[in-house]
Design a protein around this ligand. Sequence first.
Ligand SMILES: [Zn+2]
Length: 423
Amino acid sequence: MTQQLGTDQATASPDALLVVKAGTLVDGTGAAPRRGVQVYVRDGRIVDVGSGGDVPSDAHVLDHSAYSVVPGLIDCHVHLAFSAGPNPLADLLVEDDGTLLLHAAANARTALAAGITTVRDLGDRAGVVRVLRDAIGRGVVPGPRILTAGSPITITGGHCHFLGLEADSEDDVRQVARMQLRDGVDCLKIMATGGRMTPGTNPQLPQYTVEQVKAAVEEARRAGVTIAAHALSADGIRVAAEAGVDTVEHCNWLARPGSDGLAFDESTAELMCTNGVAFDPTLTPVQGSLSMPDGNLSDVQRAALAIRVELLGVFRRMLELGVTMVAGTDAGTRRSTLDKLPGEIGLYVEQLGLTPVAAIATATGTAARVLGLADEVGTIQAGRRADLTVVDGDVSADIAALGRTRAVIQGGRLVGEHGRLLT
Ligand SMILES: [Zn+2]
């Protein structure tokens, strides 16, 4: 008997056939949207995607034929252990590791409720996000799939040194990378330049040589994981691109000390294409500053706002040159809660000129490919895990629909409705 299911029935028999009816399906590959599609799920995985046709009489049905269905979203840059309050750095410096773990658990709930079923965490302390990842995996608490980088690799006193992983020489970098991998991280993060969040570091200058970053890249490759590089300046981006990291975070192209503005270099962008280096623009934190009165802005926020328009032009040029872009929010930092990814993707449409379908790919199919998860998540295709986000409206025409979460399906289980978790 075909039946409309509430929560209990949808979760009661995981091995039964589940059919999710989609009014509009954006499958995450960048392909054109499809209308009136049915996604067939068994044992937590997608087994088929078809148009119309009969639904087997013993199937359970989730009827979202009035809505849009997209792959569960992937945020490529979050900090689950950060408070997302007005001053996350001050919070971090006074809070103990247990409190950071509680922030992480709460932030993970927020992400999942917003239809974000995978996150890459690019900086915690004392491995607290690894603890959360494993607890989510065992079903102790709800949350998205987590790839954690643990503490980022930085120079002594360098950007985010307070997260506890300082390394200066090539050998030191190699050793701390191996220690992180021994302790069970899923990816690595290295600070290629200073950062605005850390007083005393210089965002305009590289922290490492190409050889030093390459040492971390080699260790990532040996372990079969990916590596992200934080880089705010053109020189730092060049180092990261030459070393062959997987993603450049923020990618701000700041000029050298003494010069204001940016120093975009097309040859570096072309090298990113050649070496398969993607970028992650993290527009969300600065977007939050746009609506604040000038008197409330910090120097750091003012500096980021000053380059905003020029930077958006550079990002558009990078896309024209064929550099791969993935979606990340830097959520957890100042006033950036873990539900900001739909808004970030909206900015790619409004400010970088992507179509809604192309923008969604940066947080689904393309993100999964760049993070090494393409066989598991990111697209609505047979064989992939059934992580599906249902949103209210036609998301292929109106990207704002992505923020109106109707239902969240994780591994074939309905876990959220109307922006709230069911558990
Ligand atoms: Zn970050």
